[in-house]
Design a protein around this ligand. Structure first.
Ligand code: ATP
Ligand code: MG
Ligand code: MG
Ligand code: MG
Length: 358
């Protein structure tokens, strides 16, 4: 019989809309001769909606929201946890073979939904609980990278309570250690949501207040005038790196608008950098992947300083943008692995990881 894939998308996150686009693209690319899909939509409020078994993709993106769906959170959990007792499944209420979370950011890329799948004893695509959580929290990610000897920019981090107590001290430390301009980020987010570049103290304060609206933890980084080079990594115990790719941002930095709205940002794949530099970046990407104990996939992002080609790791994304026009799949395509094959590989990696721990 066909493989039953639970596709999960939407989510209680700043990247909800991005996730819908990704899910729509993935659905359209699935080989329905091999797979059947059970759609799981998570609303902005965090409620689940489950649709019926599908043998063809939705005709349009709005249908992904399963507006007429009868199944809510309880039904979704019932279906998910049915995998604990596969004998209880019937033809109309099948157990799921593998879950495919296509949710970026909070509750999707941070280990929480991965924990749910672990509890339900169902295989799932992508990084596990620990790698997801470490890959989502930019402060912890940096600790792990430092331990792996990966070069990174200077940074400071603090939580809202510390900011409220020691504002002056945090500002002084930031100015002394990082200077201006600097980059202010919510520690746990993505798609550049809540990120600002500050050129002076007034901008810095405003940027911190903004970041604190998205997360209780904020990280501030030294600015680096750099080219942005990324690598796709795929695998479980033997992760492989793709060719490199460069982001050519349409804005001052690669912000939300440059990523998704104006459609003007470019990608250069492979990146036009020399072979040795590319090899060293790809090696670092695999090292970063192993450092967070990655599995499935991750996109690893780097800065290459313009003045001297010095490389700094920026971050890993355990659930990177995944439409056929996103960096992650495009870098694999250039490496010789087309989109459909990538989907097949991800599902196989999920099943292998599950089998390995049984
Ligand atoms: P993603 O969508 O890749 O998950 P994110 O929200 O995790 O993004 P970052 O990748 O950390 O955010 O930063 C977003 C962008 O901001 C970068 O691609 C880069 O253009 C710019 N940027 C971030 N940090 C720095 C820095 N320290 N110096 C210079 N530019 C930076
Ligand atoms: Mg990120
Ligand atoms: Mg991200
Ligand atoms: Mg990034």
């Amino acid at each position: 019989r066909k493989m039953r894939v639970g596709l999960v998308y939407g989510g209680k996150s700043g990247e909800h809309e991005v996730s819908l686009s990704t899910a729509f693209a993935v659905m359209n690319a699935f080989d329905f001769d091999k797979y059947e899909i059970i759609p799981f939509f998570i609303t902005q409020a965090g409620e689940w909606r489950v649709g019926s078994l599908m043998n063809a993709p939705f005709a349009d993106k709005e249908q992904l929201k399963l507006l007429d769906s009868k199944g809510g959170t309880v039904q979704a959990m019932d279906m998910l946890f049915r995998s604990l007792d596969r004998s209880a499944s019937t033809a109309s209420e099948p157990a799921i073979d593998v879950m495919f979370p296509l949710i970026h950011g909070t509750n999707g890329e941070d280990g929480t939904i991965q924990g749910l799948f672990e509890m339900a004893n169902v295989p799932y695509v992508g990084a596990g609980v620990l790698a997801s959580a470490v890959g989502m929290d930019k402060a912890f990610m940096k600790l792990v990278f430092a331990d792996a000897g990966l070069p990174q920019v200077q940074y400071v981090h603090f939580i809202g309570a510390e900011w409220n107590r020691d504002q002056e001290q945090i500002l002084r430390q930031t100015e002394e250690e990082l200077g201006y301009p600097c980059f202010i980020k919510p520690a746990n987010l993505g798609s550049s949501v809540g990120i600002s570049k500050a050129r002076n103290r007034a901008e810095l304060i405003a940027a911190i207040e903004l970041a604190l609206q998205y997360d209780r933890k904020v990280i501030i980084e030294e600015f680096v005038d750099a080219r942005e080079v990324e690598v796709s990594v795929l695998g479980n115990d033997e992760p492989q790196a793709s060719v490199t790719g460069e982001i050519i941002s349409s804005n001052e930095f690669y912000d939300y608008k440059a990523k998704y709205i104006d459609g003007k940002s470019g990608m250069q794949i492979p990146a036009e950098i020399d072979t040795e530099l590319a090899a060293s970046i790809r090696e670092m990407a695999v090292r970063a992947y192993r450092a967070i104990d990655g599995s499935g996939l991750s996109r690893v992002d780097f800065f290459v300083r313009r003045s001297d080609n010095q490389v700094f790791i920026n971050e890993v994304n355990t659930m990177p943008g995944f439409t056929p026009y996103s960096m992650y799949p495009l870098m694999w395509k250039e490496t010789g692995k087309p989109y459909q094959e990538l989907l097949d590989d991800l599902i196989e990696l999920a099943l292998n990881r599950f089998a390995a721990k049984q």
